[in-house]
Write a protein that binds this ligand. Structure first.
Ligand code: UN1
Length: 508
């Protein structure tokens, strides 16, 4: 691993080469600045979508929906299959752009593209499995069934930390479900968005699908608000902070639109007395320090049995001390930069509050590369031992701070896990089957994701992904999450020659 950072010029050249291979010229226009968190420098200016253009994009996607919804689902799958092929072909290019704009280490960027490929494969299979049920009717000569139909335009609002994968979970599923998509990505990652969107446009023209099945809106909040308030947008799938969800959810509901919210997490792992620490250690370090603590599934709280706390913390602090921090393009780096300097300031404030609450910082918390890259933010992931679960521990700080609490009794561990406003991801490290099952039971973890002997982050796409409470309740990706992107019609068909009323009602 190099202990220097690349120059902004090198990163810019690399990003432009990747864009070029994907088929895009250097963007012309302004309004939005693509920058790299690796140096904090400017990559290129990008044109923004005006509010009028945003309205037009929704209108076009709405028109395309009328064609797309009657295209047979397995044919719609062909578009997604082609997108998957192009993603495989441009895996490295898209990963380069993700690392350049989001600062993710290269292997995690490749992993993000792999998630995109995986969801495309999944969605292609799903395109032949949009099953409804046949239900036993109480009336003679009647058939009761349900049919799933396309819903409409899906508005996708996504965040900087998974700038491409979150779009693909929504888009691949929405497209096979017969919906069209308008995407408002984070303004921090415009180049990734242009690239992903262009690959889908290429796929559409390759298979002869209308290109307006997808539209990209680049801009800030004002553009996103267009999607939120437009009655032609049937579903708004929004990923971001709980604060954002608190605004989006009620606004979409006010017009009786649907929303799918994937918001913050304050995820915990319980480490039981019997835990295999050899296995727990890498699981914890990846979940807490990976992606520089910027996943919504990042491990933020460790709830450790008192008997193993000292040994585990010794080993954890040792591992943290040697974590390679630096250029995310460089092999061997495990922790790249935070997205902005203000994210690092937020981390500093959280650490100060934890100290005020009686916490002891065991490791980390300092800055790196401040002299060579004053506009970037490289932080040392930190572990803070807390006397109790105070306010700062119950809040989500989007940075690599791991708060550690100890417990004596397993009930107490579950109570601590659940005593936060969020309900995203959770896990238990234990070799005790009773503990594992209790953690997964109805009165165990209250999160959308509950794991055993695995960390909180890094979910596979095959499961439904999302969480409870202030995480927003939405589910995207695999399992039956596709149903959220369709409307259900219940059909009663009478093939008798008499009219029989339900519930034995007699009339006429
Ligand atoms: C996110 O941070 O918004 O489970 C998504 C994970 C990844 C997705 C994270 N598959 O950590």
């Amino acid at each position: 691993m190099a202990d220097t950072l690349p120059g902004t010029d090198d990163i810019q050249a690399r990003a432009l080469r990747a864009l070029g291979r994907i088929g895009l010229d250097r963007p012309v226009g302004d309004g939005l600045r693509a920058r790299t968190p690796i140096t904090g420098g400017k990559l290129v200016d990008v044109p923004v979508t005006t509010p009028d253009a945003a309205d037009r994009a929704v209108a076009e996607a709405h028109d395309a929906f009328r064609i797309w919804r009657t295209t047979p689902a397995p044919r719609r799958g062909e578009l997604v299959r082609r997108l998957g092929d192009l993603l495989r072909e441009h895996r490295e290019d898209l990963a380069d752009l993700i690392t350049a704009e989001a600062g993710k280490i290269h292997s995690e960027s490749l992993g993000e593209v792999q998630e995109m490929v995986d969801i495309c494969d999944f969605a292609v299979g799903q395109s032949r499995q949009l099953y409804g049920r046949t239900i036993a009717s109480e009336r003679p000569g009647h058939r009761l069934a349900e049919t799933w139909h396309p819903l409409g335009v899906v508005g996708v609002i996504s965040a900087f930390n998974f700038p491409a994968a979150v779009w693909s979970w929504n888009t691949a599923i929405a497209l096979v479900c017969g919906d069209t998509v308008v995407w408002k990505p984070s303004e921090l990652t415009p180049l990734v968005s242009l690239a992903a969107s262009h690959l889908l446009e290429r796929a559409a023209s390759d298979v002869g699908a209308p290109t307006a099945v997808h539209r990209l809106l680049l801009g800030d909040r004002e553009v996103g608000e267009r999607l939120v308030d437009d009655p032609r947008v049937a579903l708004v799938s929004a990923t971001g902070s709980t604060r954002m969800g608190r605004e989006v959810g009620p606004r979409v509901a006010a017009r009786f639109g649907r929303s799918l919210l994937e918001l913050g997490g304050n995820n915990a792992s319980v480490v039981g007395r019997s835990a295999d620490l050899e296995l727990a250690l890498p699981g914890i370090v990846f979940a807490a320090a990976g992606t520089a603590g910027q996943r919504c599934t990042t491990l933020r709280r460790l709830i450790v049995h008192r008997d193993v706390a000292d040994e585990l913390l010794d080993r954890l602090t040792t591992a943290y001390r040697t974590l390679p921090i630096g250029d995310p393009f460089s092999d061997g780096t495990l922790v790249g930069p935070l997205i902005t300097r203000s994210a690092a300031d937020t981390m500093d404030r959280a650490l100060a509050r934890a100290r005020d609450d009686g916490g002891t910082a065991l490791v980390g918390g300092g800055r790196r590369f401040a002299d060579v890259a004053p506009d970037a933010a490289y932080v040392e992931p930190s572990i803070v031992r807390m006397p109790e679960q105070t306010d700062v521990v119950r809040e989500e700080t989007f940075a690599p701070v791991l708060h550690v609490l100890t417990y004596d009794d397993f009930d107490e561990a579950i109570a601590l896990n659940n005593a936060v406003p969020h309900g995203f991801s959770s896990s238990v490290f234990t070799r005790d089957q009773q503990e594992a099952e209790r953690f997964l039971a109805a009165d165990g973890s209250d999160c959308g994701i509950a794991n055993v002997n695995v960390g909180t982050s890094g979910a596979e796409i095959g499961g439904a992904f999302g969480g409870e409470k202030e995480t927003g309740g939405g589910r995207e990706s695999g399992s039956d999450a596709w149903r959220g992107y369709m409307r259900r019609a219940t059909n009663t068909v009478n093939y008798d020659d008499r009219l029989t009323l339900a519930q034995n009602v007699s009339f006429l």
